[in-house]
Write a protein that binds this ligand. Structure first.
Ligand code: NAP
Length: 262
């Protein structure tokens, strides 16, 4: 444990996957935790984090809503937030025209609206104190037009871009902003996004333990961004020089419903 003992980190989407591992990284480093997710499983996760010897409070709230974000922010009860790990997010597979629009809207409201609303509230306090760390979980999906994940990849393009812009706005403030950009990672993401029958859903994926470690270290070092894993680094470098139409076609092969069997 380091000198972060007694400091507070907020981790959203901490009940499973990358967020669960990010919260563990924070706890191992001494941060007290305020963790949030939409389902009751967040209580069990909080119990796990407590066993690492830090104070933990869990909030069950839909962070797609302003009320949910307000409830999370209120739970700080004015205590300074040293690190915000804005990680909660969802995917949504399938053809856009066949998706239920309320589901499309919910991923936009979770991945974008709720994420930046929370970042604004916590970020204002950090700027006033002249210190703080913000980590967004973006994605390498933000570099690639997401055929059969059109809205999801769009939300991650937003988060990746937003993170760099906010970082620059805060460059002289003492507040750092970092974007973690994972590739396909072994979490509940693909099942929840109804993508188990896709090639990417069935592919070998990164371990969320490794992904979170890379993201946590980048945040602590105040880096601008980090792509986790060398394959994903190659993929994102290639995406930068590949025409968008070609990227969209490549994405179709990985994410088309039923592509696992092709
Ligand atoms: P995951 O296991 O499904 O975890 C998602 C977490 O976000 C859960 O704790 C979930 O809690 C929470 N969450 C989702 N919607 C929420 C809402 N409206 N309000 C509150 N909490 C909400 O998936 P994951 O892979 O760890 O995803 C974490 C982040 O990584 C996401 O932003 C995702 O876009 C990003 N990412 C994932 C991958 C990948 O391949 N897995 C790749 C790149 C980026 P509830 O179950 O309670 O809703």
């Amino acid at each position: 444990m380091t000198s972060n003992k007694g400091k507070l980190a907020i981790v959203t989407g901490a009940s499973t996957g990358i967020g669960y591992e990010l919260a563990k990284c924070c706890a191992r480093d001494g941060f007290d935790l305020l963790v949030a997710a939409d389902e009751p499983e967040i209580q069990q996760a909080a119990h796990d984090f407590q066993s690492l010897g830090v104070n933990v409070e869990a909030i069950q709230a839909d962070l797609a809503t302003t009320e949910g974000v307000d409830a999370l922010y209120t739970a700080t009860r004015g205590r300074a937030v040293d690190a915000l790990l804005a990680n909660a997010g969802r995917g949504l597979g399938g053809a856009f025209l066949d998706q239920d629009f309320s589901e499309v809207r919910h991923i936009i409201d979770t991945n974008i609206t709720g994420t930046i609303y929370l970042a604004q509230k916590v970020g204002r306090d950090m700027r006033a104190r002249g210190q703080g760390r913000i980590l967004f979980t973006g994605s390498i999906a933000g570099f690639i037009p997401g055929t059969f994940n059109a809205a999801y990849n769009g939300t991650k393009a937003f988060v990746d871009s937003f993170s760099f812009a906010l970082r620059n706005e805060l460059k002289d403030s003492g507040v750092t902003v970092t974007c973690l950009m994972p590739g396909a990672t072994e979490t509940e993401f693909f099942e929840r996004a109804d993508m188990v029958d896709t090639k990417v859903g069935q592919s070998r994926k990164d371990d969320p333990v490794d992904v979170a470690k890379v993201g946590f270290e980048a945040m602590m070092n105040g880096e601008g961004d980090v792509v986790s894993g060398w394959k994903n680094k190659l993929q994102s470098a290639a995406a930068a020089v590949t025409p968008s139409g070609m990227l969209a076609e490549q994405h179709r092969k990985m994410a088309e419903p039923g592509s696992a069997k092709k």
